[in-house]
Ligand binder design. Sequence first.
Ligand code: ADP
Ligand code: MG
Ligand code: MG
Length: 546
Amino acid sequence: MDMGGLQNIVANSAYVSARGSVDGAAASTMRDKKFRAKLNLPHIKKSEHMKTTVDCGFDSMCVKQPIGKRLFQQYLESDATYKNACELWKDMEDYNITQEKYRVQKAQKIVNKFYESKSKIFCSFLEENAVTRVKEDHKNIRGDLFKESEQQLLKHLEAKAMSGFKNSMYFLRYIQFKCLEAQPIDEDWFMDFRVLGKGGFGEVHACQMKATGKMYANKKLDKKRLKKHKGYEGAIVEKRILAKVHSRFIVSLAYAFQTKTNLCLVMTIMNGGDLRFHIYNVDEKNPGFDETRACFYTAQIIMGMEHLHQHRIIYRDLKPENVLLDDAGHVRLSDLGLAVELPPGKDKTKGYAGTPGFMAPELIEHKEYDYTVDYFTLGVTLYEMIQAKGPFRTRGEKVENTEVQRRILNDAVVFTDKFSKDGKAICEGLMEKDPVKRLGFKNNECAALKAQPFFKELNWGHLEAGMLPAPFVPNPKAVYAKDIDEVGAFSSIKGVVIDAKDNELYDDFSSGNVPIPWQEEMIETGVFGELNLWAPGGKLPDDLDP
Ligand code: ADP
Ligand code: MG
Ligand code: MG
């Protein structure tokens, strides 16, 4: 074997073994003690200065941020007045992830306990209409059975319990964690493993956060390359958007920092490779997916895009290559460098962006457009999953972009017998040339698209909760990336000088830890539990007592 082959095997085995050991209890054994020791709660006196500046809106602190929510719930449980409300809150959340066959039973229990006025722990803050509706409806399985009640519960807690929480030691603990979260972080905190892929401005490596043991993907953007090829805008956009959206169908950003040479985005690691690889390279004699599998991925892509569109973000670069698989075979959208956010009050945008062969007619024609362009790319992507060939170009075909554009504008798509009636219908609805008639995002959701017969077997509620098993599960021992010597090196960039203005931009990019994913990491890896200790009697440890 040559040296390159050997290096590849060594790199793969280090990566596969780090990946495997992170599951479950073993994560803590993978930690670096020196870095774990840096994750210690600061003394309360040292964090007090944040009391006035810390993010303490109810929805953000007590509902959205995982550590904030845990501490708020611990406070509720410690106070007899709110204990029941907290139990109901947790029960409603449990209901949403309960399997269908146990749901009616679970709902019945909740109703008996909290909704019956004769019950000891009847929740009187629930409004009568909501109570009636849940009682009438709880024998039907509905994903949103408790939605209205939950809103009322949260409103109640905000009005009644929030001020008590803010005067409690649990809030001080929240501040301590926020202080820890604000701690600056740099490349030393991460151990690099093999390269997973190559982008336009640098490589993406598997890496491990030393203090917790959690695996991530680190997308490195070369500062000089960015400057030379005018990549700043895309880098900042990608960072800003990834830090803002939180969905199980989009990669999340946990850290953004800089090194001497790179800007780094540390994101959810997707070990299963991209859809393009799975369409063409896994079974080369029989490329493409059956419709059931294509349907599953399409549904998850729709969930991700609906989330983006609800946040006024147009993705513009959907294609199989940018859809990545995780260990369980679920997919997420990645690569948001071409995305654009519509500012308030502006409902359309212009600008030529995307990948040839995927771009919608209205975009090619330089018209103003909105989310509709993403549903055209979805049609192209779905077609390619089933046909193992793009609708407007054959793989490897030498064809000018102008010809591809002409086909997109003028030619009807040809469907083979690989498509069922429903498969063809949805592709046609998505690749409709007129954006007004195209299937897509209407009234802030994708209801009509989700109701297509193509999805008739699919349970959207379960999909949304991450409860549907994937049609294909990647092999935990396999590496779904090119061999390291095939990834290809970058040539060095000459003649680019970094100045003060560039540094300003780098500082803007390097915003550090992203609260929600950082807090999830702390909880998931057990660090939160290790740090969140109370003295006997449920008090802050002595030296922390204010
Ligand atoms: P670019 O914007 O320069 O195209 P990408 O974000 O597409 O860069 O990343 C380049 C490649 O790195 C991808 O094609 C994929 O193979 C790999 N990659 C990117 N993000 C991840 C991730 N989160 N997990 C695993 N691999 C990734
Ligand atoms: Mg890419
Ligand atoms: Mg990109």
